[in-house]
Design a protein around this ligand. Structure first.
Ligand code: NAD
Length: 347
């Protein structure tokens, strides 16, 4: 769709304002740091608890700090002098991870609690929080033919155990810091994000990367067969990373959205089998499919209702799945063969 000029965007940043991004050793925040760098911002502080060699992307000329932001003092250090804070740090992964490690997911509440306070004390103008579609009431997502989730569907609350409840509570923290303390908070509920430089192996990867890797492996080892978690009929929408970055920037600077959770996701619904069809087309191959109905699989169906984002920003994530996967699959394939050749890659 053609993007209209978003309403009430109040981006008064100067290129030398300090932008702080947490979770920057990970997929989305690592890409966000690069995005701001490429837009000409000269003072960016990237923060992650992982040691620097394990970061997915390290952008040159950026202050990169290894700090655990579940610790209050580290949050103060991270936010010092910040004009804007983008908090994307969280212990998370695909269904395999969030169903198995609910306590780890819940403990991310410490990150957002300390980060909002630190951003507020540091006098930051704006604070961004990456929430999730997992905050939505799961009763509305049993059916694979689900209706798309609109923002009001988070209440009455019955979020995904662990991860989803943490997101929902942290949203409230952001809302109250705006209502009571005047910190301009932006809250985006991401629906599955994919793209190059994301997790593609090791247990935290999500369906687009996991299926791509399995197809690459099946081709490489000649079995031409893969196992799919679940029945292959569950449905989701997947947002390409470039759309996610643009959306974060717009949501953060839209006054109409301060303190207001909003969907940031694609509305192109696809089943797991349909996603695999797309991957097979890109890989130029077909694989034999078997199914493991006992594996973690999450809700029946989930899609993003983009009525609100279209109305407020005149924009929505619109990269077709095939286009985004055409950029993602070759990247994963390259990583796979680099690793096989004994080169160090970040998974
Ligand atoms: P990711 O796992 O690639 O990145 C998260 C990063 O946070 C990791 O590098 C991790 O080391 C870091 N981190 C965790 N705990 C930390 C701590 N205590 N201190 C400092 N750093 C810490 O995940 P991602 O896919 O880039 O997700 C980014 C954000 O978006 C997360 O908040 C996630 O919940 C949210 N989100 C992502 C998706 C998605 O599809 N990727 C969907 C919904 C919401």
């Amino acid at each position: 769709m053609t993007a209209k000029k978003p309403k009430r965007i109040e981006d008064v940043r100067k290129k030398d304002d300090l932008l702080v991004v947490t979770g920057a050793g990970g997929f989305i925040a690592g890409a966000l740091v690069r995005y701001f760098h490429d837009k000409g911002f000269r003072r960016i502080r990237a923060v992650d608890k992982k040691p620097l060699p394990d970061w997915y992307q390290v952008t040159p000329d950026v202050e990169s700090l290894c700090l655990d932001v579940s610790d209050r003092d580290n949050c103060a250090r991270a936010c010092e002098g910040a004009a804007e804070v983008y908090n994307l740090a969280a212990d998370m992964g695909g269904m395999g991870f969030i169903e198995r490690y609910r306590v780890e997911c819940l403990r991310s509440v410490l990150i957002n609690t300390h980060m909002t306070e630190a951003a507020c004390r540091a006098g930051a103008d704006r604070y961004f929080f990456s929430s999730s579609a997992c905050a939505y009431n799961i009763d509305l997502q049993e059916d694979t033919e689900c209706r798309a989730l609109k923002e009001s569907d988070a209440y009455p609350a019955n979020a995904e155990r662990g991860y989803g409840w943490e997101k929902l509570f942290s949203e409230i923290v952001c809302q109250e810091y705006w209502a009571e303390r005047g910190l301009k908070t932006a809250i985006a509920r991401f629906h599955n994000v994919y793209g190059p430089h994301g997790t593609w192996d090791g247990g935290r990867e999500k369906a687009p990367a996991a299926l791509s890797r399995k197809v690459i492996e099946a081709k490489d080892n000649g079995t031409m067969a893969i196992e799919i978690w679940g029945e292959g009929t569950r449905t989701r929408s997947f947002m390409f990373i470039d759309d996610c970055l643009e959306g974060i920037d717009m949501i953060m600077h839209c006054d109409e959205l301060v303190g207001t959770p909003i969907n940031l996701g694609s509305s192109e619904l696809v089943s797991v089998n349909g996603l695999l069809d797309v991957i097979e087309k890109i890989a130029g191959t077909k694989v034999k499919r078997s199914y493991d109905p006992t594996a973690p699989k999450g809700v029946g169906g989930r899609n993003s209702d983009n009525t609100m984002i279209k109305a407020v920003l005149g924009w929505e994530p619109s990269t077709p799945l095939h286009t985004g996967m055409s950029k993602t699959f070759p990247w994963i394939e390259e990583q796979y063969y680099l690793r096989k050749a004994g080169k160090r890659v970040v998974e």
